[in-house]
Design a protein around this ligand. Structure first.
Ligand code: NAI
Length: 263
């Protein structure tokens, strides 16, 4: 049995993953802004430092895996773009920087990491690449200067940029000596619309609800958190030993619908 850190463990897909891992007999260290083993606000540098350190303390310096599910969706509000950038991007990369030695300590090929991306990475048009580059440079104020020019669309683009940046980070890092070379498998999952509180919040805004409901999903409807958790648990298992640097789309066919020939 292993020890797994799960961010966003209080709700939605993070909670579903944490429950499955616990049911399988693993030790789960949940991180969230509320109702978790480690409560920390991942939108602040101090919160990220606390989360990183407390997880390492509880794990005794060895982690068999980590799931980075904490995140915020697009919603109105000027500060929303900053929160999205800090939680969805820095809340992943800074924690993984800190946890990497503990993951390597699990032994070669054992530790596995799953980061939550989104199919918005390939289905939301015109996400400004300057904002993505700024996030990859970990320069949130620079990203916000670009994003704020887009007015009401800023949070939507902030979300897309955060998920593109985190996917690029995963693919760049996964294949390096620091990750693959240290025996750690680093991958991402890109869900489509999944019925969680995050999606419900978006559906509560009439403009967003219309956009979401008219979005092409070839198999129809929304996904269920349990379905996605099953994929994540598989990606953490020995069966996923040969998976490295992949972004796995589990989205009812939307990504294929938009870019079947994009190869
Ligand atoms: P959710 O809203 O049910 O869960 C997200 C969790 O993140 C919550 O427990 C929340 O408290 C936590 N969180 C938010 N801000 C935080 C902060 N400042 N500090 C610490 N924790 C914080 O959302 P859901 O849907 O389960 O999302 C999980 C991941 O999946 C997110 O990264 C989201 O962007 C991604 N995703 C969700 C999709 C959906 O349709 N639900 C689609 C594609 C990706």
């Amino acid at each position: 049995m292993g020890t797994y850190a799960v961010t966003g463990a209080a709700s939605g897909m993070g909670a579903a993953v944490a429950a499955r891992l616990a049911d399988d007999g693993h030790t789960v260290i949940g991180v969230d802004i509320k109702a978790a083993d480690v409560t920390a606000d991942l939108s602040t540098p101090g919160g990220r430092t606390t989360a990183a350190r407390e997880v390492l303390d509880r794990a005794g310096g060895v982690l068999d895996g980590a799931v980075l599910a904490a995140g915020l969706g697009p919603a109105p509000g000027r500060d929303r773009s900053r929160l999205i950038a800090e939680v969805n991007y820095l809340g992943v990369v800074e924690l993984l920087d800190a946890w990497r030695p503990a993951l390597a300590a699990a032994g070669s090929g054992r530790a596995k990491v799953v980061v939550f991306s989104s199919n918005s990475t390939t289905t939301v048009p015109m996400v400004p690449r300057r904002a993505v580059r700024a996030l990859l440079d970990r320069d949130v104020p620079r990203a916000l200067r670009t994003l704020d020019r887009f007015g009401r669309m800023a949070p939507t683009f902030a979300y897309g940029a955060s998920k593109i940046a985190v996917s690029q980070w995963v693919r760049r890092e996964a294949v390096t000596r620091a990750w693959a070379g240290a025996g750690i498998r680093l991958n991402a999952i890109a869900p489509g619309a999944i019925r969680t509180p995050l999606l419900e919040q978006q559906l509560a805004t009439p403009e967003e609800a219309e956009r979401i409901r008219s979005f092409p999903v070839p198999i129809g409807g929304f996904g269920d958190p349990g379905q996605l958790a099953a994929w994540v648990v598989f990606m953490l298992s020995d069966a996923a030993d040969f998976l490295c640097g992949s972004v796995v789309f589990v989205d009812g066919g939307s990504d294929a619908w938009f870019r079947a020939d994009d190869w």
